[in-house]
Design a protein around this ligand. Structure first.
Ligand SMILES: [Zn+2]
Length: 357
């Protein structure tokens, strides 16, 4: 099946290459928790890079920015997908859509400098509730972090984007999860998929369950944004990171389902997160207000455009600390989140009235 082939090809990765496969910089297998192959031994740019991920977000390194930032997702992003692929690749549970569907999910946003096409999402989680996320806030971890991976549409696909070494090749949205007494309904199709992906898989499972990717977003969209890297070998420095500040819920039972996934040795796959790395002069910007908007299907604005580097240079330079002390800067009052209501309505509608076959 063509879509399965595409899935397998794009999986080769990058984010989660099978430990037995050769990486882009040699055949060193990688893992999280065995000294012979853990993050201290990772190849690629993992130890030579200067702007690595994940990082800790704290009051020392964040520039607050109260200007209004919009994220725009097209209608397909809000549609319920009737089926999806899930795969335990030994490093994470990864979810993709069929290629022709996936390429229809497009987003952009202020400061992103291009259109980004959805590729896949996957999770990082801990063995206990006090760890699991890759990014941390003030040194604190969350028990699970979701990564929604997109590639810039100036590239043909994920592999092409990763190979480019362009610092804006990918836009990854991180979502923290925290323990809640109730199940998170958005995770239900994923938890059901886990049942069929307990052991490491050569091929992804096709899951016939409705999935709404936009339903993972938190109800408040303040985010941390910075430039960094992939968090698994090759650790290429090609990611414009956008991590939502507000965590979304996950029940203990749902978290336990993730912890029941097995690695290639048949042990529980847990603590599949990379430790945080120094910002090394980079600036993290916290956007206080984020409007979520529907992206028009095609506009003149969408035409391929050059990617100006002024703001990239600004946030990446090792700056004089005196010039970076914009934390706490006040400006105009927060704009209303009217468009967020639109998102809520849309996702509610698509959740409760999924398309019938
Ligand atoms: Zn990840």
């Amino acid at each position: 099946m063509e879509s399965k082939l595409v899935f397998a090809t794009t999986l080769v990765l990058i984010f989660c290459a099978k430990s037995s496969l050769a990486g882009p910089h040699g055949d060193h297998p990688w893992c999280y928790n065995t000294p012979a192959c853990d993050s201290k031994t990772w190849s690629g740019m993992c130890h030579t890079g200067k702007v690595q991920s994940p990082v800790d977000f704290n009051t020392e390194n964040i520039s607050e920015n109260r200007t209004q930032v919009r994220l725009r997702f097209n209608q397909a992003y809000f549609d319920v997908q009737n089926r999806f692929y899930a795969k335990n690749n030994g490093h994470t549970l990864q979810v993709q859509l069929e290629q022709d569907l996936s390429s229809k999910l497009v987003m952009d946003g202020d400061g992103l400098k291009g259109n980004y096409v959805f590729s896949q999402f996957h999770f990082h989680w801990g063995s206990t509730d006090d760890k699991g996320s890759e990014h941390t806030v003030g040194g604190k971890s969350y028990p699970l972090e979701l990564h929604l991976v997109h590639y810039n549409d100036m590239f043909k696909g994920l592999g092409d984007a990763v190979g480019s070494k362009n610092h804006r090749a990918l836009a990854v949205f991180g979502i923290f999860f925290k323990i809640s007494p109730n199940d998170n309904w958005a995770l239900k199709p994923i938890i059901e998929a886990i049942a069929g992906s307990q052991n490491v898989q050569e091929e992804a499972s096709l899951i016939h369950r409705p999935l709404n990717i936009s339903s993972f977003f938190p109800d408040e969209l303040d985010l941390f944004r910075y430039y960094g890297s992939l968090t698994t070998p090759s650790c290429f420095e090609i990611v414009h990171w956008n991590v939502f500040k507000k965590p979304v819920p996950i029940s203990k039972a749902q978290l336990q389902a993730f912890r029941s996934i097995k690695d290639s040795h048949g042990d529980n796959l847990v603590d599949n997160f990379r430790p945080t790395l120094p910002l090394a002069g980079r600036r993290v910007t916290e956007y206080e207000v984020v409007e979520l908007d529907l992206k028009p299907s095609k506009t003149a604005e969408d035409a391929r455009k050059p990617m100006p580097d002024a703001d990239y240079e600004e946030v990446m330079n090792v700056l004089d600390p005196k010039t970076t002390s914009s934390h706490g800067k006040k400006s105009s009052a927060a704009a209303p989140r009217t468009n967020f209501l639109l998102l809520g309505l849309l996702s509610g509608v698509v959740l409760f009235f999924p398309k019938l076959k």
